[in-house]
Design a protein around this ligand. Structure first.
Ligand code: PEP
Length: 248
C-alpha cells in the first residue's frame, strides 16, 4: 500500500520571515493526517528554519534542487551534504523550470539522483511533456525516456524510496490541469516502465505524483486514480488552501 504524498514546491517565493508565517498557518491545518505524507519544499535560504519550525510535526522538508558534486568551485550551487545536514528528507530533481531555464538535462538529473541516494536524500524526480510534445503524440515515449535515464544505475532497494512526479509542462502554473484520465494514463505508463526497469513488486512500491495546477477543487479526483499517489503542488502550496489539498 503506497502512502499518499503531497508536496508543496514553493519555487522562488517566501523570505525567511514569510516562510515562518506560512508554516505557522499550515501546521495546525495539516496536523493529524497520518495517512498522508506532507512535504514543504521552500527555497534554500528557508530550509534550516523550516526544519526547525516543523520539528515534532507531520511535515517533512525538501529542497528544490541540489548539485551533483560534493564540494568545490561551483559558485552559487548547493551540495548534497548541505541539503542533508540542513535536515531535508527530500529533494526535487529535474523540475521542468530547471530543465527550461537552467540547463538541467536527463543526464544531470541522473547524476543528482545517484548523489541524492548517496546522501540518503529521497529524490522527487520530475518528468513531463510540453504541449508541443503532447500534440506530436510522444508524451509516453518522452516520460519513459526521462524516467529510465533518471533511474540509470539506481538499484531497486533505493528506487523504492524515490518519488516520480508526472508534471505536464503545459499544466504548470497555467491553471490548466490534465484531466484525471489523462494524468492516470501517463502515470500508468510510468508504472509500466518502472516494472520494465525493475520488477512488478518494486514498481508497485514507487509513488507517482501528479503535478500541474493541482488545487483544492481537483485534488480528490486526481488522487483517487489508481496510479496517482498524491501531488506536487506549486501555486496552491503558498496558501492555506494547501491544507485542503492535503485533506482532499
Ligand atoms: C510545480 O511547479 O511543480 C507545479 C505543479 O506548479 P503549479 O501547481 O503552480 O502548476
Amino acid at each position: 500500500m503506497r502512502k499518499t504524498i503531497v508536496a508543496g514546491n514553493w519555487k522562488m517565493n517566501k523570505t525567511p520571515k514569510e516562510a515562518l508565517e506560512l508554516i505557522e498557518t499550515l501546521k495546525p491545518l495539516v496536523a493529524g493526517r497520518d495517512d498522508v505524507e506532507v512535504v514543504f519544499c521552500p527555497p534554500f535560504i528557508d530550509l534550516m528554519l523550516a526544519v526547525e519550525a516543523t520539528k515534532g510535526t507531520n511535515i517533512k522538508i525538501g529542497a528544490q534542487n541540489m548539485y551533483f558534486e560534493e564540494s568545490g568551485a561551483y559558485t552559487g550551487e548547493v551540495a548534497p551534504n548541505m541539503v542533508k545536514e540542513a535536515g531535508c528528507e527530500y529533494v526535487i530533481l529535474g523540475h521542468s523550470e530547471r530543465r527550461a531555464y537552467f540547463g538541467e538535462t536527463d543526464e544531470t538529473v541522473n547524476k543528482k539522483v545517484l548523489k541524492a541516494f548517496e546522501h540518503e536524500l529521497k529524490p522527487i524526480i520530475c518528468v513531463g511533456e510540453t504541449l508541443e510534445q503532447r500534440e506530436q503524440g510522444i508524451t509516453e515515449d518522452l516520460v519513459r525516456m526521462q524516467t529510465k535515464i533518471a533511474l540509470k544505475d539506481v538499484p531497486a532497494e533505493q528506487a523504492v524510496l524515490a518519488v516520480i512526479a508526472y508534471e505536464p509542462v503545459w499544466a504548470i502554473g497555467t491553471g490548466k490541469t490534465a484531466t484525471s484520465v489523462q494524468a492516470e494514463e501517463v502515470c500508468a505508463a510510468i508504472r509500466k516502465v518502472l516494472c520494465e526497469i525493475y520488477d512488478e513488486e518494486t514498481a508497485s512500491k514507487i509513488r507517482i505524483q501528479y503535478g500541474g495546477s493541482v488545487n483544492a477543487g481537483n485534488a480528490a479526483e486526481l488522487f483517487a486514480m489508481p496510479n496517482i499517489d498524491g501531488g506536487l503542488v506549486g501555486g496552491a502550496s503558498l496558501k492555506a488552501d494547501f491544507a485542503k489539498i492535503v485533506n482532499f
